[in-house]
Design a protein around this ligand. Structure first.
Ligand SMILES: [Zn+2]
Length: 341
């Protein structure tokens, strides 16, 4: 059922698109005075079991059964980047992963000094699932946006599928050479400066790849941006007029991005949830949350805030274009995707 609020239906400005592949996709719309585009970077081919692996197994199975799904049913998880043209600034929220990913399957702690992409890369993500990614730049070009025009990149958190696109594949050169990169100070310090980082990361259960490999990968992507970096430590700080961070700690020291133009608000959701059905049970823990209890509380808090303020949510891993509203359902919430006309 379509959302009944006035943001539930939006005009989509979509060019006559001959799709080169199913990964070639954008979706452009107006948010107040701002132009926003959902831009697909890639798709992870996963299964429900691994995405819901922190949930009580019987409850998760029952929820999936109600949708004619099983725990091992496949699910495609998009990696979507959100582009915003404010009129004065061209902004990205996160960067996808580029094609600069580790050949995770063959990665080992012995090779941590050079977790660079292998020419034989099997295109396998941290979780062990196949992935096709790195389509951000070509999809931006399709919208006539050059990488050199991007002047601000706002990072929600420093996981590979959000920061990998900062650098060109296999290099330490910047994919967006003229962009100021914004990060939350604690997230930067956690990944780049904290001697305890590895033991904290080792509490994850993300898959077969050692956390040290993933940490080195994140550090490789972040080190080249040092001279372009602005660290923020206050939610009230305006990153750009109408744009600021909103606390979403739990998954990591993650921050959501709140974008206001006119009477409309968009919330860049980051990884506050990975699948829409997670919203029905915000208390379910997700194994890649760094602080699982905090992440569950954060999920609830963000949903309540989005609901109270009739916010358009931009969720990078929800079905493309990742745009929708949160509605209440019993003890949890329901995802209502935007209907584009
Ligand atoms: Zn993610």
């Amino acid at each position: 059922m379509a959302s009944t609020n006035n943001l539930g239906k939006r005009e989509v400005m979509k060019k006559d698109l001959k799709k080169a592949s199913k990964y070639f996709d954008t979706c452009s719309f107006q948010l107040g005075e701002f132009r926003v585009i959902s831009v697909l970077d890639g798709i992870l081919h996963a299964d429900y079991g691994s995405m819901l692996n922190g949930a009580p197994p019987q409850e998760a199975a029952a929820l999936l059964r109600s949708r004619n799904l099983q725990i091992n049913s496949p699910v495609d998880v998009p990696w979507t980047v959100f582009f915003i043209d404010t009129g004065k600034h061209k902004v990205l929220i996160d960067t996808g992963m580029s094609k600069t990913f580790v050949d995770f399957e063959s990665a080992s702690p012995d090779k941590v000094d050079s977790p660079v992409p292998s020419p034989r890369s099997k295109h396998v993500f941290i979780s062990g699932h196949p992935v096709d990614c790195g389509h951000l730049l070509e999809n931006l070009r399709y919208e006539d946006i050059k990488a050199t025009e991007i002047d601000t990149i706002i990072i929600t958190h420093a996981h590979a599928d959000h920061i990998g696109g900062l650098v060109n594949p296999g290099t330490d050169t910047l994919a967006f050479p003229n962009a100021r990169v914004i990060m939350w100070k604690e997230e930067w310090e956690f990944i780049m400066e904290n001697p305890e980082v590895l033991s904290r990361l080792n509490t994850y259960d993300r898959g077969p790849v050692p956390e040290i490999v993933q940490l080195k990968y994140a550090q490789q992507c972040l080190t080249p941006i040092k001279d372009h970096l602005t660290l923020i430590d206050n939610e009230q700080t305006e990153i750009l007029p109408g744009i600021r961070y909103r606390n979403a700690h739990g998954h990591s020291y993650m921050m959501c991005v709140e974008v206001t133009s006119g009477k409309e608000i968009l919330l860049g959701f980051g990884d506050a949830a990975i699948l829409p059905i997670q919203l029905e049970h915000p208390e379910w823990l997700y194994t890649t949350d760094l602080d699982k209890e905090l992440a569950a509380n954060t999920r609830k808090k963000l949903c309540e805030w989005a609901l109270a303020n009739n916010v358009l949510v931009a969720s990078p891993h929800f079905p493309f274009p990742g745009l929708g509203h949160i509605e209440r359902k019993e003890q949890g919430y329901l995802w209502q995707p935007v209907v584009f006309q």
